[in-house]
Design a protein around this ligand. Structure first.
Ligand SMILES: Cc1cc2nc3c(=O)[nH]c(=O)nc-3n(C[C@H](O)[C@H](O)[C@H](O)COP(=O)(O)OP(=O)(O)OC[C@H]3O[C@@H](n4cnc5c(N)ncnc54)[C@H](O)[C@@H]3O)c2cc1C
Length: 447
């Protein structure tokens, strides 16, 4: 019998990792702290509990990146998807799940697997040897969080996210916006033009502030704010502190000249910074927010240049323990400083049930392959799995790293010359066709 794989955390990622490794023939122990030690969000002792909404989002595998991730997980025999499909609720094109039977099914199937056992205990130290996957999620217990931080350094493990909205570059109107770093700073042309700038006159700025103040906001969950600090205030809170606060903060217009109207001095400027190596995604600098998603779309489209913005993800601030994965993890999701430990799930800086389960699936397969003496490569980043793992372990900007949902902005552009001129529908179909073929080839080569 091969070595044992220990998995800390039996949530979305840990459950899927355990299933994949056991199906490959590896003995697995899941260490789960609930029900002995709880979190403010979990309510049961079940594995794979859905802590909030009951949606796995879009199930469209041709036109939607999360639907594609569903498809890839199903093709890999994923337990989370099989259990979600078994307890599907009517929800149009989305995959909504009957949460309690779903979690009960995942728990029962894991417990019934001859190679899997569950040890109900909190793990509070990083193991010195063996094969481990840490999948303790956004609410990693404080004891283990401290142990991880002692290993990675304080800067590399965050306890709250502060997510600014991310926009697809192709949807920004560059006849209104322009490229320039403040005061043209930088050694190279690339650095001097690192930001996209969107100008506002006084009337536009005032209308924007009014919309921010009036927008619907979400509240923190009870117990969620413990440890929250003032360093990453939502923009609407800054606006509440005074109409001019944003103009002296993230929207300050100094050191910038409107390339299209050089003699007009903008009253305020919204800046966007490149978010991935591909240059397909830009985040709106300093625009973390707790506005509801519908309100965000409406308010951010008031920014000149972003009228037709397509958002790869919207902003948010949550209690969320996550690593600076681009600096800490290798492409196999191993901690570079302790390669016998992998991380998986939301703690790696992906966001959402599906993405977390997906990273569990990959970590489980990679760990099992290593234990069985036939290591596998990470999947190509033309697949949804590969695009996501490539983003968190290298493609994302480490300095500004924040949790990410899967989206087509993470995929390499289509190779054929017509790619750029295709309509969106045809392009997305091109991405998903390519991904399915490449995912099947990777599965065949790695099993
Ligand atoms: C309040 C809140 C609301 C959310 N709402 C949504 C939503 O609506 N939709 C969505 O897609 N995502 C949502 N998320 C994100 C969601 O948590 C993740 O998408 C998903 O659950 C992450 O999967 P995971 O396996 O990484 O972590 P989890 O599913 O949280 O699993 C981690 C497991 O590790 C256990 N654990 C923690 N520390 C230890 C330890 N030291 N020792 C042993 N076990 C430990 C926990 O008990 C838990 O079972 C929400 C998160 C929070 C905090």
């Amino acid at each position: 019998m091969s070595d044992i794989l220990h998995i800390v955390g039996g949530g979305m990622a840990g459950s899927e990792a355990a299933w994949q490794a056991a199906q490959a023939g590896v003995r697995v122990v899941i260490h789960e702290m609930r029900p002995q030690v709880g979190t403010f969000a979990h309510k049961t002792g079940n594995l794979a509990e859905m802590v909030c909404s009951n949606s796995f989002r879009s199930d469209d595998s041709e036109q939607n990146a999360v639907g594609l991730l569903h498809w890839e997980m199903r093709a890999a025999g994923g337990l989370i998807m099989a259990s979600a499909d078994a307890h599907r609720l009517p929800a149009g094109g989305a995959l909504a799940v009957d949460r309690d039977p779903f979690a009960e099914t995942v728990t029962a199937r894991l417990m019934a697997h001859p190679l899997i056992s569950v040890s109900y205990e909190e793990v509070t130290a990083l193991p010195d040897d063996g094969h481990w996957i840490i999948a303790t999620g956004p609410l990693t217990s404080p004891g283990l969080g401290a142990a991880i931080q002692a290993e990675t350094g304080a800067e590399a493990l965050a306890f709250f996210d502060a997510i600014a909205p991310i926009v697809h570059f192709e949807s920004i109107d560059m006849d209104t916006a322009w490229l320039q770093s403040r005061y043209d700073k930088g050694e190279t042309e690339e650095e001097r033009t690192a930001y996209i700038n969107c100008p506002m006159d006084k009337a536009q700025y005032n209308a924007f502030i009014d919309a921010l103040l009036a927008a619907d906001k979400t509240e923190f969950h009870e117990g969620e704010t413990a440890g929250y600090f003032d360093g990453c205030l939502p923009i609407e809170v800054m606006a509440e502190r005074g109409r001019e606060t944003l103009r002296h903060g993230p929207m300050k217009p100094v050191g910038l000249t409107d390339a299209h109207r050089p003699t007009d001095k903008p009253y305020a400027v919204v800046q966007l910074r490149r978010d991935n190596a591909l240059g397909t995604l830009y985040n709106i600098v300093g625009f973390q927010t707790k506005m509801k998603y519908g309100a965000q779309t409406a308010v951010f489209k008031m920014i000149p240049g972003l009228e037709n913005a397509a958002f790869a993800r919207l902003g948010g601030i949550h209690r969320n323990t996550f690593l600076n994965s681009p600096t800490l993890l290798d492409s196999q999701m191993r901690l570079k400083s302790r390669p016998h430990i992998r991380f998986a799930g939301q703690v790696t800086g992906v966001e959402g049930y599906v993405e977390s389960a997906a990273m569990g699936l990959l970590a489980g397969r990679m760990a099992a392959a290593e234990i069985l003496g036939r290591p596998i490569e990470a999947p190509p980043f033309t697949t949804a799995m590969g695009a996501l793992v490539n983003h968190i372990t290298g493609g994302a900007e480490a300095k500004t790293f924040q949790p990410m949902n899967v989206n087509f902005g993470l995929f390499p552009p289509l190779e054929d010359a017509r790619g750029g001129r295709r309509g969106r529908k045809e392009r997305y179909k091109g991405y998903t066709d390519r991904a399915k073929e490449d995912w099947q080839a990777w599965l065949a080569a790695s099993t």
